[in-house]
Design a protein around this ligand. Structure first.
Ligand code: PLP
Length: 387
């Protein structure tokens, strides 16, 4: 008897796209409206206002019709000028992307390369910034290719006394799972996307910016990706181009759900979920890629040489209907990424651990069958006890 015996039993454990609750899917399916109407303009303004507390920005973000990478490019296009010196942190696939985008825009690059699976150390970053004196710094809040999160509050405290340049954070996979206090932490630009923590289909991104970033904006020509032009229009609900109307409906619904549940509760849920996955994986005799600085959005489980990550991933999908993510770039085949970004609950995490155990056993890994699931459950129980 296959465990994946029903056509609807696909489960997503990949870090985006994440499961879309029915209410959110329904919101995106309502008949499209013309975007230059007072009704839609009010929806767009509402969406931006509901997003703002998740980012902790002084102003509501602008919405952009693109995937997350579009918002990253918009940030580079709007807030840097050719020849600007930029430092970027490369601790994985997405850090690398900051470098690639900045290169296309003819910025002068300074790369801080750190081993995949580690977080940038605040002291090292501060030292580099003092030495290089760049115009801007680009980094990830959460490096999705490795499952490493940065303690942004600590990092900003360390670098801010001596660094006055622009700090731009890709928070695409950390929003909703980790707190973000952009203005309090003195971050200048934060970008996010719909298909990660928000449980909304892909194709909507957003960016918030500070006064300092504003003062340094639009020193080069860019057309579609002009965050300031968008901001000026979107303050009254008018976007320069046709907005992603159905995704904005979906995003509004998602944000209402998120606020109804409460941000603190969601951060706690993600923290418990991540702990449960880590302890579960260890109980199955597996190591983790990161040894500290754990993301609360996903965990990278290191696989032993006898188990090919890509084979495990496709086995999990084919036999158990569970879509996990494998490793990217140099980590291909070496890790399995177990994500619970978005609308997950703790029982979904337990199911994921169970599926992993079934699959590991099928592939011949020797371990105490059932240990990961039970350990995951016990971790949830002990961490939830105080609530
Ligand atoms: C998913 C992701 C992106 C953007 O990806 P898109 O596919 O363009 O939406 C960027 N940065 C991080 C950290 C991500 O997780």
């Amino acid at each position: 008897m296959s465990l994946k015996n029903l056509p609807y039993s696909t489960r997503l454990y990949c870090p985006g796209p994440t499961p879309i609750p029915m209410d959110i899917a329904k919101a995106s399916m309502q008949p499209t409206v013309y975007h230059r109407t007072p009704e839609f303009q009010a929806t767009l303004i509402e969406c931006r206002k509901l997003l703002q507390p998740l980012i902790g920005s002084k102003k509501p973000p602008v919405l952009i019709a693109s995937s997350g990478t579009g918002a990253m490019e918009a940030a580079v296009a709007t807030f840097t000028a050719p020849g600007d010196k930029v430092v970027f942190v490369n601790g994985g696939k997405f850090g690398e992307r900051w470098g690639e985008i900045n290169k296309v825009y003819n910025n002068q690059l300074v790369e801080i390369k750190i081993p995949w699976g580690e977080a940038i150390q605040p002291e090292l970053l501060a030292e580099t910034l003092e030495k290089e004196k760049p115009d801007a710094l680009f980094l990830q809040a959460n490096e999705t290719s490795t499952g490493v999160a940065v303690d942004l509050m600590k990092l900003m405290k360390e670098i801010r006394p001596s660094f006055q340049g622009i700090v731009c954070v890709d928070a695409i996979s950390s929003l909703v799972a980790h707190p973000m206090k952009m203005s309090e932490w003195d971050i200048d630009i934060v970008v996010g996307g719909s298909q990660k923590g928000f449980g909304v289909p892909p194709g909507l991104s957003f960016a918030a910016f500070s006064e300092k970033a504003y003062a340094r904006a639009n020193r080069r020509d860019s057309y579609y990706f002009d965050i300031i032009r968008e901001y000026e229009g979107q303050e009254s609900g008018v976007s320069a181009w046709t907005p992603a109307v159905s995704l904005i409906f979906a995003m509004n619904e998602a944000l209402k759900k998120i606020h109804e549940i409460g941000l603190e509760k969601l951060f706690e849920l993600h923290r418990i979920a991540a702990n449960s996955v880590r302890e579960g994986a260890r109980a199955a005799g597996l190591d983790l890629l990161a040894e500290r600085d754990y993301s609360h959005a996903l965990t990278s489980i290191r696989l032993p040489p006898s188990i090919d990550g890509n084979a495990l991933k496709s086995h999990l999908q084919k036999k158990y209907g569970c879509l996990f993510a494998g490793g990217q770039g140099m980590l291909s085949g070496k890790i399995l990424r177990f994500s619970h970004l978005g609308f997950f609950d703790l029982l979904d995490v337990v199911s994921g651990l169970s599926a992993l155990e079934f699959a590991l056993q099928d592939l011949g890994w020797e371990f105490s069958f059932g240990a990961a699931t039970v350990t995951g459950m016990k971790t949830i129980q002990s961490l939830s006890a105080s609530n």
